[in-house]
Design a protein. Structure first.
Length: 198
């Protein structure tokens, strides 16, 4: 839920997005680009918008560029309810933004695997340096290593399943919120200036 005009201006004027700007200039075969040119290519190539969101995620910036809607006294009960629902949904999206992508390309195997390897490495060094367990209880030592590896795998599965569940909630909330915003704009409940951050 980004404001394409805001995104195109950020890409053109903010140094954080220079790599994306260079990529866009190459695609447009032009060194001089305008926000409208950037806007056009962002609409044609969603992968560039995904790259923008990834830069924001790595920089701990939000790509949910929806402002909180103000509930006015002149609003009908239905419009006021819709605005409150949109505000709640947008907050959920901001809270779950790190789960926008699925877990397939995540670094969970690396992180959790690294922890498991580090535990095995430290346990091996402690046992080898400060005890004679390798000679007296060899089977128990290797069994404990197997248990550590099994627990590492179980930890990975739990983290991955949690990510997938949060991703499903994000995707469902995103779709519902987008529909509510489109309906509200179409019905004239609010205008785009009220909802999209500039």
């Amino acid at each position: 839920m980004v404001n394409i005009q805001k995104v195109s201006n950020q890409i053109l004027n903010d140094g954080l997005y220079n790599t994306l700007l260079f990529e866009i200039k190459e695609k447009l075969f032009s060194q001089e680009v305008t926000p409208l040119m950037i806007e056009g290519i962002l609409r044609k190539e969603p992968s560039l918008l995904s790259e923008y969101k990834e830069i924001n995620r790595q920089s701990e910036l939000s790509s949910i560029q929806i402002k909180e809607l103000e509930v006015k006294e002149s609003d009908t009960p239905q419009i006021a309810q819709r605005k409150r629902e949109i505000n709640e949904s947008v907050q959920i999206l901001k809270n779950l933004e790190n789960f926008e992508g699925d877990s397939k390309n995540s670094a969970y195997p690396i992180w959790i695997g690294s922890v498991g390897v580090m535990v095995l490495f430290m346990a091996h060094n402690i046992i080898a340096l400060f005890s004679d367990l390798y000679t007296t209880h060899e089977s128990a030592v290797y069994l404990s290593y197997g248990i550590v590896m099994w627990l590492t795998y179980i930890g990975y599965v739990k983290v991955k399943n949690n990510h997938d569940a949060q991703h499903a909630v994000f995707a469902q909330t995103y779709t519902k919120t987008k529909e509510m915003i489109e309906d509200g704009l179409q019905n004239g409940d609010f205008v785009s200036m009220e909802i999209y951050a500039q």
